[in-house]
Design a protein around this ligand. Sequence first.
Ligand code: D5M
Ligand code: FE
Ligand code: ZN
Length: 481
Amino acid sequence: MKKEVTYALNYALNKGFQIHPDAFKILENVDVKKLEKIIKEIVREKTKQKMFQINQDDLETYLGIKEDPSIQNEVKVLFDPTSKITTGEGVKGYNALFSSRFNKLKRIISDRPESRMLKSIASVKSVKSEDDMYVCGLVTVRNSERNITKLVLEDPSGSFEGIVFDNELQKYAGTLLSDQFVMARVSLGKNSGYVVKDLILPDIPDQATNKSDNEAFAVFLSDLHIGSKYFMEEEFAEFVSWLSSPDPVAKKIRFVLIGGDVVDGVGIYPNQDKELVCQTIEEQLKKTEDLIEKIPKNVKVIIMPGNHDPGRRALPQPAIPRKYNSSLWERENVVMVGNPAVVSLNGVKVMMFHGQSIDDIVKTTPGLSYDKPANVMKHLLRARHLSPIYGSQTPIAPEMQDLMVIEDIPDIFHVGHVHRAQLDMYKGILLVNSGSWQKQTPFQASVGMVPNPGIAIMVNLKTFKVFHENYNSNSDNILQS
Ligand code: D5M
Ligand code: FE
Ligand code: ZN
């Protein structure tokens, strides 16, 4: 017997414990480096319970080999852009993209009672009626000056200019994003211009939440930035090993979701090589795999890319391509999806989106900021679109269909990117920004961005109760909710 094994067993024997012969079989296959810690934990737990025998069951429980068969881990991918990406050519592609956006959102808004009175922009302009009318379209201009706000909407029939006079409505109009879909109640003004009297967003209707019928837990992670000098490798490894501990929550975890920026990438920003510990994508993904491998096999791991991961930069992004690391794809408990994606976990619908569009939205929208990403997430849900602004920092590909429209209403909305962990609720949807596992980078320090990394957010999919484990010793590193 190896000396580490003898040492660990003597520890238990000296504490007055017996070792059941069945337990020896398992001991032979345990990593000897872990054994001492495992035996000490079991001794501590069972001493509390006044039971002084270590048997097979104890070891299996601790090693995560034993699982509760009533807690399921069923994953269904309900939406994944990877195989749908077709990318049209140039202007033709963008026309198709925007017309798909308009059509999908018009269909969504048609559930609202006002939409029965909707008319095309061309017909509203030709009628010149005195009555209120409803039009809808994508916002192409939003301009505030001299106490009025000018809005221009476009639908397939033409373009409509209206003025907002009302102060409250002007504030609301000020939060509209460029290229977002909106419905407007309008009427002809005195000098033949149009007055905007109300603005109506597609938004989320009241709906019942899907719940898991067993107490499976999901962990929400993002922005690991593996390969970066600032990746919190030790803390992350500690979290991963906690997953196979006998902690009652850890034992119920069946899903781990990673919402993008899995690796730090190569050539993502100038002089990045000086901040990398792994200089190639392959090395970074190999390290990722080594960490993922330590997650118990009964836990399904869903991996989505972000702007630092390989594939393509423009949204929607395909899954991290197989060619960089085929073995991640081949692992039985790993599901690779594109960005955005919708997955069902024991029937609970989770919409995952890395969150690139947040950068453009906080820049142009009064009242929204990086430190409250959940408010931006609410904005996206009201717009029923994950990345409305075209032509700013977030690259959007000219797909024949707009795959960024929020067609299916999720039960949980999972976003990352801004490195600030935050929880919130909107119309029954649990909003999770999963923060990061990367310490503040020099770039972030230079722009005053303070991340709160190292927080693992866990949700009981039956009760929607949220737990979190903080692996960051800094005392002001807290989860916002
Ligand atoms: O982005 C992490 C955060 O840093 C996210 O909130 C965007 C912000 N960020 C990153 N690069 C830039 C630049 N160049 N300008 C402004 N803000 C930026 P990540 O995707 O992890 O790099
Ligand atoms: Fe990131
Ligand atoms: Zn990012």
